[in-house]
Ligand binder design. Structure first.
Ligand code: UFG
Length: 332
């Protein structure tokens, strides 16, 4: 079975390609390296000892998409490609709307024209906005606080309307919580090109002495130690969730939404202390003001993914912290 993976050279995309190849799927990747590097492709081959087809280009490019579908007997698509930095999206909203929405519309049109109607979409827990109840269930109310989040929510709306218009589509919308960690081989991982926005890549750069200290954004939240609580999930677990979702879209039609998280929340200081302990390294930090738009706590109810997909995250926070740092040590 051949799976097209958009954004397959990215952080979550590359780990998912590894899991797909290891599970016996054939893979075709399209990526324009806007936030990744061609080296990742060699690393995927090294880890899996398997090959795949690669097209360099933009998912907005319908001509290229048509070529890919003409040249390959694609069965299903996993759509990762998209811009994902919250802060940047506030500064450049049109760039975010244009890229994330346009690419998805192009992809869906070309899929429909080629009668490929099985899709797994990379959404985000950001669509839950400021959650009213914790843990968060899939039927919680949806809202967003920034253009990046709005693109995810708009795409979810587009997918719903598409399914209503033609229920031969089969769509799994995966709402990721906070993916961290890296492949245990240290060959692929998260490597932001600029100063990281997210907690774990920032910690890693502080540990590696590329950045001086971590700024902890607020210690007056309504959480056990006052710092923000999130549901961190190992990227390998998250990737395995996509294999389960591919199985699901190949079994049933419909549009279904799944949280991919562990169900456990950890605070910023929990993460810092665990990272220091398992890697035996210091991570200097200072407490600063809250980051605008941040919420106290966000963690998943992962029951639906367990019951309907048979998905359960198994990696511990220790493993997440170890693997995140191992990747940097191996790529110095
Ligand atoms: N944090 C710091 N210092 C930093 C970076 C982050 O203290 O330098 C804190 C934040 O305040 C927050 C926690 O660490 O409490 C996690 O922050 P991240 O930026 O790593 O992640 P967010 O939960 O803010 O957002 C992430 C993704 C979004 C996604 C969301 C889904 O960036 O794209 O998870 O839950 F939508």
């Amino acid at each position: 079975m051949k799976i097209l993976v958009t954004g397959g050279a990215g952080f979550i995309g590359s780990h998912t390609v590894v899991e797909l190849l290891d599970s016996g799927y054939e893979v075709v990747i399209i990526d324009n390296f806007s936030n990744s590097s061609p080296k990742v492709l060699d690393s995927i081959k090294e880890i899996t000892n398997k090959d795949f087809k690669f097209y360099e280009g933009d998912v907005c490019d319908k001509q290229l998409l048509n070529k890919i579908f003409d040249e390959n007997d694609i069965n299903s698509v996993i759509h990762f490609a998209g811009f994902k930095a919250v802060g940047e999206s506030v500064k450049k909203p049109l760039m975010y709307y244009r890229n994330n929405i346009d690419s998805t519309l192009s992809l869906l049109e070309v899929m429909g024209e080629h009668n490929v109607k099985k899709l797994v979409f990379s959404s985000s827990a950001t669509v839950y906005g400021k959650p009213k109840e914790l843990p968060i269930k899939e039927d919680a109310s949806l809202s967003t606080t920034n253009p990046y989040g709005s693109t995810k929510l708009m795409i979810e709306g587009i997918l719903k309307d598409l399914y209503i218009s033609d229920n031969s589509w089969s769509i799994a919308v995966l709402r990721y919580f906070n993916p961290i960690g890296a492949h245990p081989t240290g060959l692929i991982g998260e490597n932001p090109k600029d100063i990281p926005n997210n907690l774990m890549p920032y910690i890693v750069k502080v540990a590696n002495k590329e950045l001086k200290e971590l700024s902890v954004f607020g210690n007056d939240y309504d959480t056990h130690d006052g710092t923000g609580v999130r549901d961190y999930i190992h990227v390998v677990d998250l990737s395995r969730g996509h294999i389960k979702a591919i199985e699901k879209v190949n079994k049933d039609t419909g549009i279904n939404y799944y949280n991919l998280g562990t169900g456990t929340g950890y605070s910023v200081l929990d993460i810092v202390e665990t990272f220091k302990r398992v890697n035996n390294i210091d991570v200097p930090y200072k407490i600063v003001d809250r980051r605008p738009g941040d919420i106290d706590a966000c963690f998943a109810d992962p029951t639906k993914a367990l019951n309907e997909l048979g998905f359960k995250a198994t990696h511990t926070l220790d493993e997440m912290c170890k693997d995140a740092y191992n990747y940097v040590l191996k790529n110095k």
